[in-house]
Design a protein around this ligand. Structure first.
Ligand SMILES: NC(=O)c1ccc[n+]([C@@H]2O[C@H](COP(=O)([O-])OP(=O)(O)OC[C@H]3O[C@@H](n4cnc5c(N)ncnc54)[C@H](O)[C@@H]3O)[C@@H](O)[C@H]2O)c1
Ligand SMILES: [Fe+2]
Length: 871
């Protein structure tokens, strides 16, 4: 709707100064308002509500007198909605200071006022909108400057006067409610740009909405509507007709959510029409409709010009008389049949908003047509506002709600009274109906007090809960293998490598398994490749076992974990599951969550990887190591029988032992370390420092082998929950590139990474559960338990020395150079190695965040060996 505008006048300096003074008064009032507490604010709101309720009839009267349209009784109802309903909604709601606390998320919300709100109010609801905006502003401790429609200035002033008197008596700072009555547009434009106006809150036509949105200030603008209603054959026709009549006659339809075009299902069209007529509707002839269009919109052809103020808000008989149409005196509304052809409908003058008791009527042959017609109506000035559907078929309601772009979609209820909220439904009471971006608003909601607050979020530090997860059963010490005898199974598959099979390990297992149906997959190579996993999965798919036993080193156990995963879930791919992540709890990779169909028993023959209890499986993909990690990979049972490790050659003993030590030392300082994992790290390290030299000297020392086997599993339990760090990232990169055994590669970097982590980080790892940088202390604590020392520095130093002494005593290579990697080859590979190490998941839990330059430096140290950096 576009109302006739007053001609522009220019403002003189005096008026500018006067307006500045009003704004300054508002700003001062806003400052004082901010000091009030919830109790004081609620007392003010209560006083305003009481005054507004008492004045509901008086204000309806002055509105009618001034604007010359609407229905007295309905304007009284509007004023009640704006006071009584609003107060019912606001009662007990917090709008000052701490308004809510989310204990679970450790978040507190604190409400602050905005300051000075410029409120533009419409001619359609001239007093109810003022009551509503003033009360909502008081609830939120904002000062308001009202700019009423030029056609409704006096009634706005009267409403403000009544409210101000009551509110000030209850403690509202003087000046918090003011009216700037000048009709001149320049005043509005001046206020739109005024530095002390904080927020523009518009209820009005499209032009003022667009102007306000262009003003460059925060604001909330709500514009006109053009509500379609669809009446489906499943609707309660008699009920619907009464609803529509109540609503379309409400305040003679000068209310933006009012029904404008009723689209009626062909099946009930005649019935609906008859019922409308029976209840007091006059059906316009084509000629009458043309005459009405001419009168109301100054045209017949659909190209609308200005709305005739004489046509607005008149009750049906007056409107008809003014347009030169004769109707019965008891006529409630005028029904204008509109074309059902959508192109013709779009071109029709009466498809637009009609703020008068004129309702378009469209006959609709199908639900699709009905929905399309409703969409079309909204596209003629009603996008984002309101619509309704009368149907008792949920599918029809759903289809309608999906297609029609309005902020409110009312089901089996009138729009005019319904959209205001609280009468026919549980919508928030309002006189500011958000129209969404379609209608130039920032919200589609029924606007209320929350939109007038600056809500601050006080977010307390969150220390995420941690976990300690271990496999269901771990059997250990010599003879543990006997536990295999207790396992019920029909078909078993043993996964191992060729050497282990040759050593007779498979035969040993066979003798202890309950079933004779045993198949063997002995093709696993060290650091298993993707193709090996695929071959294994193919075997499992054929054999359909109910028990999978992995017997071998970490490579075998890792292969079996991956085989079970892809056997049970052929839809998953290695590529998807190895997607990198920042926080394991939030990652994108989607591991299966269901229970396993196939049990996995892990029987390690090395003492190192901890793979028998860990959620990780490391595979070689091309020249990279890819890590699958998820608790669904954890074996169901671990059998840690040291007897199986007696046959390890010295190199495997040493390599896997150093791997276990690296696990303990990395998990100890991980950002996910906890008292649970710390306990395992310390005990694992103690056992390894003591037992590894012994098994190196005497491979048949069963007691020492037992300590090593248990230590490796303990370290595995620690890193299964705290994970590892940069040492593993470097070892993975270098191991894959140059084919160096995993434990050996770990050993080369270990002295350097220990010192690196003990230094002052150039970049900290963001980790809410890890506040101060405690890595150096953690090393010292562990060092004190194993090596003693009085001061932390001394204990840490002893630990680092102890690591190097151990590596030397075991004859471990201390540099990449010494394992025969040519320098030029290393230098050429260095940038890629640093990048691979950087991308490795293991870095995520390292206490300090390694920079690429630091990884490069660590790789160089690993290449050259020699004296590690001083600690
Ligand atoms: N899943 C995890 O949590 C995890 C952790 C660390 C390392 N790993 C991975 O584990 C693999 C390394 O495992 P590993 O160190 O156990 O070595 P491995 O499994 O690669 O075995 C190395 C060699 O030792 C032989 N061997 C194993 N046990 C033997 C025994 N008792 N007697 C004689 N020979 C024996 C194997 O046949 C093989 O040739 C790497 O791929 C590494 O990335 C996995
Ligand atoms: Fe490892």
């Amino acid at each position: 709707m576009t109302l006739t505008e007053t001609p522009p006048t220019s403002l003189d300096d005096t008026r500018h100064a006067e307006i500045d003074a009003l704004v300054a008064t508002s700003a001062e009032a806003a400052r004082r308002f901010r000091e009030l507490d919830q109790e004081q604010v609620d007392a003010i709101v209560d006083a305003m509500v009481r005054a507004g309720v008492r004045a509901a009839a008086e204000l309806a009267q002055v509105a009618i007198e001034e604007t010359g349209f609407g229905v007295f009784e309905d304007k009284v109802v509007k004023n009640y909605v704006a006071t009584e309903f609003l107060s019912d909604y606001l009662r007990g709601k917090k709008s000052v200071g701490v308004i809510d606390e989310d204990v679970e998320r450790n978040i507190v919300h604190v409400a602050e006022p905005i300051g000075v709100v410029l409120a533009i109010t419409p001619v359609t609801n001239p007093t109810s909108t003022v009551l509503y905006k003033a009360i909502v502003a008081a609830k939120t401790r904002n000062a308001v400057l009202f700019r009423p429609s030029p056609y409704a200035i006096r009634c706005c002033e009267r409403a403000v006067e009544i409210l101000r008197e009551a509110a000030e008596a209850a403690g509202m700072p003087p000046g918090a409610l003011q009216v700037i009555p000048d009709a001149a547009h320049e005043v509005t434009h001046y206020l739109f740009k005024h530095p002390d106006v904080d927020f523009i809150w518009v209820t009005g036509g499209p032009k003022i909405v667009a102007l306000a949105n262009a003003a460059g200030k925060p604001g909330l603008s709500v514009g006109p509507g053009n509500a379609p209603i669809y009446l489906h054959r499943t609707a309660d026709v008699r009920g619907a007709v009464v609803d529509i009549l109540i609503s379309k006659t409400f305040d003679a339809s000068v209310i933006c959510p009012a029904e404008q075009t009723c689209i009626v299902d062909d099946a009930v069209y005649d019935e609906v029409l008859t019922e409308f007529q029976r209840m007091g509707a006059h059906v316009l002839t084509e000629e009458e409709a043309n005459r009405l269009t001419e009168f109301a919109f100054g045209c017949e052809d659909g190209v609308t010009s200005k709305v005739n103020m004489e046509a607005l808000g008149q009750q049906a008989p007056q409107l008809a008389a003014r347009a030169g149409i004769t109707v019965a005196p008891e006529t409630k509304i005028l029904l204008a049949p509109l074309p059902d052809d959508l192109d013709l409908l779009a071109a029709h003058a009466l498809v637009q908003e009609k703020l008068m008791p004129v309702l378009g009527l469209v006959r609709s042959p199908s639900v699709e047509h009905g929905v399309a017609a409703a969409v079309l109506v909204t596209e003629h000035g009603g996008l984002g506002h309101t619509s309704a559907v009368y149907a008792n078929d949920p599918a029809v309601v759903d289809a309608y709600a999906k297609a029609v772009r309005t902020g409110r979609i009312l089901v089996n209820a009138p729009t005019a009274v319904g959209a205001l909220g609280g009468v026919y439904n549980n919508l928030t009471p309002t006189f500011s109906l958000g129209c969404g971006t379609w209608g130039g608003s920032t919200t589609t909601e029924n606007v209320n007090y929350t939109q007038l607050l600056n809500i601050k979020t006080v977010s307390h530090r969150r220390t995420p809960p941690q976990w300690f997860r271990v496999p269901a059963n771990t059997y250990f010490n010599a003879g543990a293998l006997e536990n295999l005898r207790d396992l019920e199974c029909e078909v078993a598959v043993i996964v191992t490598d060729a050497d282990s099979e040759r050593r007779g390990v498979v035969d040993l297992l066979r003798s202890k398994l309950r079933t004779r149906h045993v198949q063997v997959f002995s093709e696993v190579e060290p650091e298993p490749a993707e193709a090996t996993i695929q071959a294994g999965v193919a075997l499992l798919n054929r054999a359909r076992p109910d028990l999978l036993v992995a017997v071998g080193g970490g490579s075998v156990i890792d292969a079996a974990k991956a085989m079970r995963l892809f056997h049970e879930h052929p839809e998953k791919t290695l590529d998807d599951l190895t997607l990198p992540f920042l926080d394991p709890r939030k990652r994108v990779a989607d591991y299966p969550r269901d229970d396993h169909r196939l049990r996995l028993v892990a029987v390690p023959t090395t003492s190192g990887t901890g793979s028998e209890v860990s959620p990780a499986a490391v595979l070689t993909v091309g020249e990279r190591k890819e890590t699958l990690v998820d608790y669904c990979l954890v074996p169901d049972m671990a059998i840690v029988d040291p007897v199986l490790t007696l046959s390890m050659p010295a190199s495997v003993t040493v390599d896997s032992g150093v791997d276990a030590l690296t696990h303990a030392l990395e998990a100890a300082v991980s950002i996910f370390a906890s008292p649970y994992t710390d306990a395992f790290c310390v005990q694992a390290a103690r056992l390894i420092f003591d037992a590894l030299p012994k098994v190196y000297d005497d491979p048949s020392d069963l007691a020492a082998r037992t300590d090593m086997a248990n230590a490796a599993t303990l370290a595995g339990l620690a890193f299964s929950n705290a994970f590892v760090g940069t040492n593993h990232a470097l070892a993975h990169a270098v191991g894959a590139r140059f084919g160096i055994a995993h434990g050996r590669a770990n050993g080369i970097f270990l002295p350097h990474v220990l010192r690196y982590n003990a230094g002052l980080p150039s970049k900290f790892m963001p980790a809410p559960g890890y506040s101060a940088y405690v890595a150096p202390e953690k090393y010292a604590q562990l060092g004190r338990v194993v090596f003693g020392g009085r001061e932390p520095d001394e204990s840490r130093h002893r630990l680092f020395r102890g690591v190097e002494d151990l590596l030397d005593r075991l004859g471990m290579p201390r540099s990449l150079r010494s394992v025969g990697i040519p320098e030029d080859e290393f230098e050429a590979a260095l940038p890629a190695l640093a990048m691979t190490a950087f991308s490795d998941l293991s870095n995520r839990t390292n206490p300090r965040m390694p920079l690429i330059s630091e990884l490069t430096e660590l790789l160089r140290l690993g290449y050259a060996g020699g004296e590690p950096r001083a600690d």
